[in-house]
Ligand binder design. Structure first.
Ligand SMILES: Nc1ncnc2c1ncn2[C@@H]1O[C@H](COP(=O)(O)OS(=O)(=O)O)[C@@H](OP(=O)(O)O)[C@H]1O
Ligand SMILES: Nc1ncnc2c1ncn2[C@@H]1O[C@H](COP(=O)(O)OP(=O)(O)O)[C@@H](O)[C@H]1O
Length: 507
């Protein structure tokens, strides 16, 4: 898309550059590939107000969601909207490679240090690489691939098991149309599956589908269920879908015809999936719920073949390995001297002795000497320190290892970030609050820091004159006062064993 907009190279070279946030990059790609047509850029303030009020742009075109770009104000100070040669903003991908230029026609303050930007976008570079990139087809490419006639669209944001596959096959047969499967990939799906894992699961069901074309779409929710459903329908229509298969509870069509599938159940008499009410109760097996499926996967049990094609089950088991094989971050938080390192070391030793898991210990001193070298104890530095630890721990978890982290981690936001990093990496996260009270930590005062802080020789000591926010989301709380070290370690091992992360006999 270049919108007839030609610029001298020098203008692009000197223009300020910015990497938008993930959801903005997703919108950008949909603008550039004309999936969002007739939109050609990020919306103006007047359009945003109009969309919020009426679901229409100022010119009356129906448009369901805000499509916005926010940029730091210091970059905006280099933009002069009155001068076409000085109002160009270059947008780069997460690696910093230029993707698009915005012809900025309006800017306005949004929140502290950030401003909204409106303007037409033009592609100036590739949107880059990524798994399954070849499936990011443009509407024009899809139209080439799909035979003329009716097109049944299904937006697949969860793995397909036999009941959904039977619904799709039935709808395609009824419609006598080609099947177009759209897979949203900009962010983890509602089941928390990484996009590439979702695509693998969907492709694994390919031979159970009627003739089909797959497209991955960088579609992210914009925060309103009804409007997002309208957007999905619009996007489907842009790809040439004529009929949309309703999934979940959403029956919103946005002008498309919608097919509402019946609830199917498994008939044990002949192994067919058919309308639930057509099967006598004693021969009827209902589809497994998400909780039942997760529970089977967590325990490493095979998903039953009557419910899930083996190829899909295999991909799901890879995406969500049993807890005994899944990455795990055990994150200890508490005051200095509460016992975090001592307990973590005991847990590490126990795991190393059995050899059942690989262990990385991200201990305070070592971390501060290497990973966080140069950081101090200001709020910002502590936050950076904890996020770095959380990031590294998540990478350990991504590869199936156990990471044990023991920073004070006084701030809830930093701990929440660490939890998010782990979850996004497909690992589990256990927060252990070592809740030994200050008096006991101070009594231990292994490094003499509390005494120094009381004497006023040092400042900013956690618990004395620096804050500690006790967690409200701890999975395990241990006060080590009067507790033997071995018992505190055993409490953690028991918790890990009871929830399936390690052999319960280890405790
Ligand atoms: N001002 C101040 N406040 C708290 N702690 C201090 C401070 N200055 C140095 N130390 C020593 O540093 C250790 C804590 O570092 P952390 O990396 O765990 O802290 S944080 O999570 O970044 O807040 C901690 O060690 P541990 O006792 O092993 O926790 C302290 O001994
Ligand atoms: N049940 C217990 N668990 C852990 N540490 C204990 C326990 N009882 C006494 N301690 C002592 O408390 C101190 C805790 O120090 P450390 O593990 O370095 O704390 P932190 O890492 O939280 O700063 C150690 O000297 C340890 O021997």
């Amino acid at each position: 898309m270049n919108n007839g907009w030609v610029l001298p190279d020098g203008v692009l070279r000197d223009a300020p550059a910015y990497t938008p946030r993930m959801h903005e990059l997703a919108d950008l790609e949909l603008l550039l590939t004309e999936v969002y047509a007739p939109l050609t850029g990020f919306l103006s303030r007047a359009d945003l107000i109009s969309v919020a009020r009426t679901g229409r742009l100022v010119d009356g075109t129906a448009w369901p969601v805000p499509v916005t770009l926010e940029v730091p104000t210091d970059l905006l100070s280099r933009i002069d909207v009155a001068n076409p040669l000085e109002r160009v903003l270059v947008l780069t991908d997460t690696e910093g490679a230029p993707v698009a230029a915005v012809d900025v026609t309006e800017v306005w303050p949004t929140r502290d240090g950030m401003g909204g930007v409106a303007g037409v976008v033009r592609r100036i570079g590739d949107t880059g690489q990524g798994p399954f990139r070849r499936l990011r087809r443009t509407p024009a490419e899809v139209r080439e691939l799909v035979p003329s006639g009716r097109v049944l669209g299904v937006i697949v944001d969860r793995p397909l098991h036999r009941p959904q596959l039977a619904q799709i096959a039935h709808a395609a047969r009824t419609l006598a149309g080609h099947l177009l499967v759209l897979i949203p990939v900009a962010a983890p799906g509602p089941d928390g599956l990484a996009p590439e894992a979702l695509v693998r699961c969907v492709l694994a069901a390919r031979d159970r589908m009627p003739p089909v074309t797959f497209v991955t779409v960088p579609l992210v929710p914009h925060g309103d269920e009804v409007r997002d459903a309208l957007l999905r329908a619009r996007v489907a229509a842009a790809y040439g879908v004529t009929h949309l298969l309703a999934t979940g509870t959403s029956m919103i069509s946005g002008g498309l015809r919608v097919l509402v599938p019946r609830e199917l159940a498994y008939d044990t008499r002949d192994g067919q999936w058919r309308t639930r009410d057509d099967i006598p109760p004693r021969h009827r097996r209902l589809a497994l719920t998400k909780t039942e499926i997760d529970d089977l996967l967590d325990r490493g049990a095979a998903l039953p073949e009557w419910h899930t094609p083996p190829a899909v089950a295999k991909e799901l088991a890879r995406a969500r390995p049993s807890r005994r094989h899944r990455g795990l971050v055990v994150f200890f938080t508490g005051l200095s001297g509460s016992g975090k390192s001592t307990i973590a070391r005991g847990v590490a030793d126990a795991l190393k002795e059995t050899g059942e898991r690989t262990v990385t210990l991200l201990d305070g001193d070592v971390v501060r000497r290497h990973l966080s070298k140069g950081l101090g104890f200001s709020a910002a530095d502590r936050d950076t320190n904890v996020r770095r630890i959380g990031w590294v721990a998540a990478e350990v978890g991504r590869h199936g290892g156990v990471a044990l982290c023991c920073p004070i981690a006084p701030y809830a936001v930093s701990r929440t970030a660490a939890r998010r990093f782990a979850t996004e990496a497909g690992a589990d996260f256990v927060l252990v609050h070592v809740a030994t009270p200050l008096e006991e930590c101070e009594r231990r005062d292994r490094k003499g820091l509390y005494a120094k802080a009381r004497a006023g020789e040092i400042t900013g000591m956690t618990g004395i004159d620096d804050p500690y926010e006790p967690p409200t989301d701890a999975d395990l709380v241990i006060d080590t006062t009067g507790v033997k070290i071995g018992e505190a370690v055993a409490m953690v091992l028991r918790h890990l064993g009871a929830h399936g992360w390690i052999d319960p006999r280890l405790a």
